[in-house]
Design a protein around this ligand. Structure first.
Ligand SMILES: [Zn+2]
Length: 254
């Protein structure tokens, strides 16, 4: 039986059998895969505390034909506030679900792994503007997954970015007035929103706190990225309902 040693984060946890858990893991060297943590729901198991959603650790696994078996899990971080703060939990769940949905099995992608770790860190301890972290994650994630949107010219005719004030989710980037009709789902994308999107793509999370975004840009960005992500994911993500419920509760509470 062969062994796999890797670092990984837990994207998803399901109960299995009487006392086991099945984990969906994103690893640094082996991409995404499922593994069984035997006895992990027993109170005295050494895996009970560490095999939680979002946990990051060094793992040793026995490779199986269809499913690997987790032998040890040495915790690096559990990102505690992602489980304690309901808003952070909602956002981290969206990150985990989007990555799980869009990533194929066993496809090594070190940039993706580093992105997920830095996103969990940013949500756990970073700047308070969770929405901005999420927009940054969306565009960074689409880029490391091979769907980097075109933000420097019209994706259809190549006109300069100054002439392109629309974003086409299906076209995959900016569109000018003349080409706007090629994408029925196109939405308004001003120059300020475009510059914001470029910064979100390139900047580290710890620099985002200095960004000042207008209400219009925030809305344009959210609308455009939501459509862009949905276009590629296909089915609706469950975690989006969680986030919208939270938002309507916040509005009701004010
Ligand atoms: Zn054009």
């Amino acid at each position: 039986m062969s062994l796999l040693k890797c670092e990984g984060v837990v994207l998803r946890v399901r109960d299995f059998g009487e006392a086991d858990r099945i984990l969906t893991i994103l690893s640094d060297t082996d991409g995404k895969f499922d593994a069984v943590a035997r006895g992990a729901r027993r109170p005295r198991s050494r895996l009970v505390g560490v095999t939680q959603q979002f946990s990051r650790g060094n793992m040793l696994l026995f490779r199986g034909r269809s499913l690997d078996t987790l032998n040890t899990f040495e915790l690096i971080s559990s990102y505690p506030s992602l489980s304690l703060d309901v808003a952070k939990m909602a956002y981290a769940s969206y990150v985990a679900e989007l990555v799980d949905r869009m990533t194929g099995e066993r496809q090594r992608n070190e940039l993706l792994y580093a992105l997920v770790v830095s996103t969990f860190e940013a949500l756990d301890t970073g700047p308070a503007d969770l929405e901005m972290v999420l927009r940054a994650f969306e565009i960074k994630f689409m880029s490391v997954s091979g769907f980097r949107p075109e933000l420097s010219r019209c994706v259809s005719c190549g006109a300069s970015e100054d002439e392109a004030s629309w974003f086409g989710p299906e076209a995959g980037g900016l569109l000018c007035d003349r080409c706007r009709s090629v994408d029925a789902g196109g939405t308004r994308f001003s120059a300020a929103t475009r510059e914001l999107a470029k910064r979100l793509l390139l900047w580290d999370y710890n620099k985002l706190a200095v960004l000042k975004a207008s209400r219009d840009s925030t809305v344009e960005l959210e609308t455009a990225f939501r459509a862009y992500v949905d276009q590629r994911v296909g089915r609706k993500l469950h975690s989006l309902d969680f986030i919208s419920d939270l938002k309507s509760m916040e509005r009701g509470g004010r």
